[in-house]
Structures are given as C-alpha cells and as structure tokens.
Design a protein around this ligand. Structure first.
Ligand SMILES: Cc1cc2nc3c(=O)[nH]c(=O)nc-3n(C[C@H](O)[C@H](O)[C@H](O)COP(=O)(O)OP(=O)(O)OC[C@H]3O[C@@H](n4cnc5c(N)ncnc54)[C@H](O)[C@@H]3O)c2cc1C
Length: 276
C-alpha cells in the first residue's frame, strides 16, 4: 500500500470505467456509479496525490448558492443542498454525521440600473425554481447589515435558504469511503498517456508503466484536466486550442458573479454559430 491506503498498481488490467483524479468530482462520479442499480461495471480511480494536498478540493471554501441565472443551475444546486443535508440517508450508513448548511447567504450588490435589472430578472428565475431570493433596497440592506458601505448601491439580492458554508471535507471523505466500500478501486498513480481508437479513449498508461484498458474514461483531474487530456495528444484528441473568454474584472462587472461566465460563454457560442 502507498499513500491514502491506496495500492500502487491496479488489481486488473481492464475496467469498464477509469476515472483520472480521485478528489471530490472523481469520487462523486465513482460513488454515483457504484450506487446506481443500473450499473454493474468495474471502476478504477487513479489518483496521483493520495494526500490531496494540492487538489482544489482540499482548498475549497465549501460554499454553495442558489442564485444562478438559469433554472438548470438552480436545480443542480438544490439537489446539492438536499444531498448535503441528507448525506446519511443518501449513503445509507449510520456512521455518516448529520450535516447542515450555514445559511449566511450571498449578497449581490448592484451599483447601476442595468445591473439591478439583471438581479431582478435573475430573482424571477430563482423564485420560479423554488429559491427564496429577496431583493433589498439600500435602506433594507443597511438595517440588516450595517457594516456595508452602500454609497453607490441601488439594489441588493440575497437568499438565506441553502446558501452558505457546508462541510465539503466530510462530504468528500464519505463519497470516497462509500465508493470504496461499494467496490470502487482507488490506486496511487498518475495517468501519463492515453490511447484512443475510433474517437474514444481505449486505455491509459500509468507512470509505473502499467497499461489499463477502459470502456469509458472520465477526466476528473481538476485544474490539470487540459494537461491530462494532452496525454492523448499523440493520438490527436487534444488539439491544444483554447478560447480566452474575458478578463475577470470585465465579466464580474457584467453583473452576477460566477454566473457571468455561463452567460459570456453562451453569448460567444451563439455569436460563433457553433464553431467553437
Ligand atoms: C481557494 C478555493 C476556494 C474554492 N471555494 C469554493 C466554494 O466556496 N464553493 C465551490 O463550490 N467551489 C469552490 N472552489 C472550487 C472547488 O474546490 C472545485 O471546483 C472542486 O474541488 C474541484 O474538484 P475536482 O475533483 O474537479 O478537482 P481537484 O480537487 O483539483 O482534484 C483533481 C485531482 O486529480 C488528480 N490528478 C490530476 N492529474 C492527474 C493524473 N494525470 N493522474 C492521476 N491523478 C491526477 C489531482 O491530484 C487531484 O487530486 C474553490 C476552489 C479553490 C481553489
């Protein structure tokens, strides 16, 4: 055994699903597969850093919000809230602790009429999807949260249900533990190359030299995902092309925090008529 109690080599040379990266996304994928009654395949998770010291998962602030501009994103986040609050029941394991969300809410502040219009439109989408977003005039914000400087603020938007801190470390830990309990194999290794045929990844090569064939490959390697994909460059899957979207300050100024990325991407995609 090596780091994290993971074996250094896979038990088999062939799996139905190979997941590159065993942090929260890779472990969630593994857990949902392992618990899906319609799936009875084999799953291998390859993790190059079993201590997870350099993963995003180890550094997250563990906050979630419901304030998005699209119904789908809101429903995804509502499911996430339900999953966190009912983790024990989802896991079906009495050892799992009861978790809560600290509902401090995200306060979005508009400093102009255009931004305020976006907050109003978003609130309508959020309320229709079941979120409890409130719009607050500056006087209402001042009464509730006297520490804000509201000099140039015309409107605020906040939601105090299922929006705030939660215990991401515990959720991650149980996704991983439960996935392993249900037959998912984790190894301490690094995917350094991939082979493909017919537009599909058919095998991965580990740093140890071992070659593992796979029916499906899941790239859950976080910020290293592009680097991981480049491991198949010799076979022509990863082109190295990318699209620079915008500078952070500019997109933030468009009005709704991280959701601006979704809007900007949609706009660029539509303008390019699907060529990117
Ligand atoms: C400072 C900070 C604060 C954040 N705050 C929030 C927040 O409040 N709310 C929120 O929702 N999100 C937040 N995030 C984002 C969130 O943490 C990430 O979206 C999430 O953890 C990504 O998980 P992941 O599994 O995709 O990636 P990671 O956690 O980065 O895991 C990728 C894993 O892949 C492994 N890996 C990479 N390449 C290979 C390879 N070739 N072979 C084998 N293994 C490989 C890595 O070792 C790593 O363990 C924050 C992120 C940061 C950095």
């Amino acid at each position: 055994m090596t780091g994290g109690g993971y074996a250094a080599e896979p038990a088999s040379d062939s799996y139905d699903v190979v997941i590159v990266g065993g942090a929260i996304m890779g472990s969630a994928t593994a857990w949902f597969l392992a618990r899906n009654p319609d799936f009875d395949g084999s799953v291998l998770v390859v993790e190059r850093d079993p201590g997870y010291g350099s993963s995003s998962t180890a550094h997250t602030n563990s906050c979630m919000r419901q304030q998005f501009s699209t119904e789908l994103n809101i429903h995804i986040s509502q499911f996430a809230a339900d999953f966190v609050k009912n983790l024990r029941s989802y896991m079906g394991d009495d050892r799992v602790p009861e978790l809560h969300i600290r509902n401090y809410g995200y306060m979005y502040l508009a400093d102009n009429a255009g931004f305020a219009d976006i907050l109003c439109a978003n609130q309508a989408v959020q309320r229709a999807a079941g979120a409890q977003t409130e719009l607050l005039a500056p006087e209402e914000i001042a009464a509730r949260y006297p520490f804000y400087n509201l000099e140039d603020i015309v409107l605020g938007s906040i939601n105090l249900k299922d929006e705030g801190y939660w215990d991401g470390g515990t959720v991650f830990d149980w996704l991983r533990r439960s996935a392993r309990d249900h037959g998912v194999e984790y190894i301490d290794g690094e995917v350094v190359a991939m082979a493909q045929a017919g537009g599909r990844i058919t095998s991965v090569t580990l740093a140890s030299g071992a070659v593992v064939t796979c029916g499906t490959l899941v790239n859950a390697s976080g910020p290293r995902a592009a680097r991981t994909a480049r491991a198949s460059a010799a076979d022509g899957v990863y082109t190295g092309e990318f699209t620079t979207m915008a500078m952070c300050g500019f997109i933030r100024a468009m009005g709704e925090g991280d959701g601006c990325l979704d809007r900007l991407w949609t706009k660029c995609y539509e303008e390019s008529k699907g060529s990117i």
